[in-house]
Design a protein around this ligand. Sequence first.
Ligand code: F6P
Length: 485
Amino acid sequence: MVVASEARGTFDFVVAANRLPVDRVTEADGTSRWQASPGGLVTAMDAVMQGQSAAWVGWAGDPGEDVAPFDRDGIRLHPIVLTADEVRGYYEGFSNETLWPLYHDVIVPPRYRRSWWASYQRVNTRFAEAIAKVAAPGATVWIHDYQLQLVPALLRALRSDLRIGWFNHIPFPPVELFGQLPWRRAVLRGLLGADFLGFQRSNDAANFTRACHQLLGTSSSGDTITWSGAEDGLIGAEPRRTRTATVPISIDFRSMDELARTPEVRRRAREIRASLGNPQTVLLGIDRLDYTKGIRHRLRAISELFGDGAIAAPEVTLLQIATPSRERVSAYQDLRSQVDGQVGRINGDHSGIGATAVHYLHHSYPKEEMAALFQAADVLLVTPLRDGMNLVAKEYVASRWDGGGALVLSEFTGAAQELSQAFLCNPHDIAGLKETILAAMREEPASARKRMLAMRRRVRSHDVHAWARHYLSALEAAPQKPNRR
Ligand code: F6P
């Protein structure tokens, strides 16, 4: 089926992501305004969208009323409305209680509910219809992440003239886990509607290809998967080819580096250290409060280090920042109680007056404060049990223009594939994690500096702009030609 030409839009480049690049802020007087969301994706997309006729389709972030499309910085923003039921079913339910844990090594058990799946299908259809409406003939469409896996095929059924790409910001699980999903074939078919699928790590791309082979019987040659989707009525009778590749996401190195060099950030970093009592060593953790981030394992290691007497406050302190996230989902509520309990216990056992073992803040902070925190930290602890990339690790490296600081980094992050000079750790191995933290604290300044400078070179040359360019040229070069008769 092809949408009637009068229903087609005028935008040559369309981004679709679960969220719009703006958040609605309500002022004290009850009026509301849009504010740019922080985050790398917004920066990267902004750079590639400027100068093009471009649109962004996404959820405005609240359940409720219809918001008309509007322009911001030369980009047309096209809000998708979700009802309160859809926020529960599509977003909190299927995206974050089914797919999120399933794609992160089932750290908590995924929940499979048919009503959530129905909601996910409904919302993905709404996204596909909205994109079909705004995209110009022959436009390029870049779809993001696990919330929108059905959109590629749904969109292709509406608009076979489009060049369609999808990028997975999170891991893609091995088929032994993915196979649990009752709707596993429908998800794979949804993704195979794209011309090009980008993944963070080569293992993610390989897991996807293997799942397609085992569950759909596709064949593959090199990085290209071939299959016929005729039986679904979605993709057409001709065999289709979809290319996959590894395109690890990054950050805007230059802007982070520049921000960290400003006198304000440097002054604030000194102020932070002074407020902590000028310890010899500041250990820092900054994460979304998510069970994938390994915060509990980290706290366990820290607690034992205090208990062993290997570290002591006030000489050593941990500053743990946990950004509130998905607070209505029960696994996140449980995690919060567990972390609150662990921090309370460590401080009860190992703090003194004026000697706090763990400073724990459940807040989010603007970029400037993050840059100052990175500057103030001697060691950043990034210990996820599974993470698609982990941009905090890259932001830390970009902030350390002085060559100072050390990074403890879990092997189970995408970032570990690139930042091999970090102090790599297995967060499940508490004894090993303790040793790695101590090794990072005790490293000779000259060799610590060598490590940091090598990691900076990597992030500088593989920044978010290079990522977007690489992705878009791979999408353009995908073997399947759009139907542009
Ligand atoms: O890629 C992981 C992701 O879901 C992003 O889409 C999002 O920016 C981030 O985690 C935070 O998640 P949420 O949008 O559910 O608050």
